[in-house]
Design a protein around this ligand. Structure first.
Ligand SMILES: N[C@@H](CCC(=O)N[C@@H](CS)C(=O)NCC(=O)O)C(=O)O
Length: 216
């Protein structure tokens, strides 16, 4: 390995937590190696625990030190390079707050509409999932209406990285959204870095049947 940073990630089709800091490192222009751990195959948990005690991906290895957790990795990157959070202090605080909302909340959306980039369905979703989706659209609209776009806080920030996997769920599961939210989703999904990740996900040979059968 040639880079001082290695990001351990899960399957690109499914691992929403991995996608977030991967985008952040790309936007930070910090060169990194990536190591993909296949999830839900025999021995995968041992493989994860060999990388960090968290037993999850993502994990960033910085010259031998490990940082688990998508938000901790993103915060590390924000300390290493400028401009990953908005400069304006009030905008910055709100960006951190909405990022935490995604990191810690929207459980129903996460459970009933797991990231699955290859999936396209219009099947009926549970009300709790639709309620979360509506809450997310409201949050996006609030941020977008206060700034000039195209991102939640004008320029791209870690907040947008955190909502990118959520945006893909609106498309995969055909979740209702306003025109403004749809424009934001299209913006995130046409991002060049996101498209690199998605291209890999499309040709990944591994399926997670439990995730694929959600809402079938
Ligand atoms: N809070 C963690 C969540 C990480 C997480 O749950 N990752 C999933 C993959 S997307 C995982 O590693 N799962 C392993 C398992 O369930 O055993 C973060 O933000 O990084």
């Amino acid at each position: 390995m040639t880079n001082p940073l290695t990001l351990y990630i899960g399957n690109k089709n499914y691992s929403s937590w991995s996608l977030r800091p991967w985008l952040v490192l790309r936007k930070a222009e910090l060169p990194f190696d990536e190591e993909l751990i296949k999830l839900d195959v025999p021995g995968y948990k041992e493989a994860l625990l060999a990388i960090s005690d968290a037993g999850t991906v993502p994990v960033l290895n910085v010259k031998g030190e490990t940082i688990p957790d998508s938000l901790a990795i993103s915060q590390w990157a924000a300390k290493a390079v400028p401009n990953l959070w908005p400069k304006d202090p009030a905008m910055r605080s709100r960006a951190i707050e909405v990022t935490h909302l995604m990191h810690d909340g929207f459980e129903a959306l996460r459970a009933h509409a797991p990231m699955n980039l290859r999936r396209r369905t219009s099947s009926k979703m549970p009300q709790s999932c639709l309620d979360d989706a509506a809450k997310m659209v409201e949050l996006w609209e609030d941020c977008l209406s206060k700034h000039n776009g195209p991102f939640l806080f004008d320029d791209w920030s870690i907040a947008d990285a955190f909502y990118t996997p959520a945006a893909t769920r609106f498309v995969s599961y055909d979740l209702p959204r306003s025109a403004k939210a749809d424009t934001y989703i299209s913006e995130l999904m046409s991002d060049m870095d996101y498209m690199d990740w998605e291209a890999d996900a499309m040709v990944e040979p591994w399926d997670l049947p439990e995730t694929d059968k959600v809402n079938r």
